[in-house]
Design a protein around this ligand. Structure first.
Ligand code: MLT
Length: 242
């Protein structure tokens, strides 16, 4: 039984994920935002590769059914209704709407995961629910792929920590001799064992530091709340729904 972790989507080639069970992680903040938006009643989230693509995808759509959201350098994109803060994803802002979301690392990672079957969206906020679903898939299929969005094409501590916790939950009951982990999966497990809890691990990351610098430190605290919701968003046919 095999678990592969990718620290960024850069190492993926077309066809690598075809038919494989995949979990995508960008805890600070895109996957936390998606989980929160769907649990606040958004109909679906459409990940876009860029702000331009988000605008293009919505150009012929009825404006009252959609919300444009996203960030550049962590701040709301000019002309968009919402940024990429999970705290903005209130029922008032998103219930009944389709969210078109463009972020620097998270939405490109989701696009890179296309081809996976299924593609699950993970955060601390929905951790137990997504871990349970991933554990079932792992025992049925005998393998799991975890894609971390990373940050600016580099390793991101908060995503690797979450991957490690997910591996720990998913491999429960599997005899060590039967388990094959790639190197990134090994390191993620060690990292999750060494770091403290969610907030300590997220708080130690470069992303948390940068969010604090732009006045969004409360997002780190928000994203570090485990099991706030029990939904498992699934990405299929270019849309994410709960
Ligand atoms: C991203 O997708 O790059 C992130 O979620 C960045 C952020 O808004 O914190």
């Amino acid at each position: 039984m095999k678990i592969d972790v990718f620290y960024t989507p850069l190492g993926l080639n077309a066809g690598d994920l075809t038919g494989r069970a995949v979990v995508v992680i960008d805890v600070l903040r895109a996957t936390s935002t998606i989980v929160t938006a769907l649990s606040a009643g958004a109909k679906a989230v459409i990940p876009a590769a860029s702000s331009e693509e988000a605008v293009r995808l919505t150009s012929n759509l009825e404006k009252n059914g959609i919300v444009l959201a996203g960030e550049r350098r962590m701040l709301k994109i000019e002309g968009f209704a919402l940024g990429n803060s999970p705290r903005e994803m209130t029922p008032d802002a998103v219930a009944g709407k389709t969210l078109f979301l463009a972020t620097t690392n998270g939405t490109p990672a989701l696009l890179a995961a296309q081809g996976g079957d299924p593609v699950l969206v993970a955060a601390a906020l929905n951790f137990s629910a997504v871990a349970e679903r991933a554990r079932h898939l792992f025992s049925e299929r005998g393998e799991l792929v975890i894609i971390c969005a990373g940050r600016e094409k580099q390793f991101a501590l908060e995503d690797a920590y979450t991957a490690g916790r997910l591996i720990k939950a998913v491999k429960k009951g599997v005899p060590p001799k039967k388990l094959v982990l790639n190197d990134a999966a090994h390191v993620s497990l060690d990292l999750a064992a060494q770091q403290g809890g969610w907030l300590d691990a997220f708080g130690a990351s470069g992303a948390a530091r940068q969010l604090s610098e732009v006045g969004l430190g409360d997002d780190v605290k928000f994203c570090a709340q485990p099991d706030r919701v029990a939904i498992v968003p699934v990405y299929a046919d270019r849309r994410i729904a709960a």
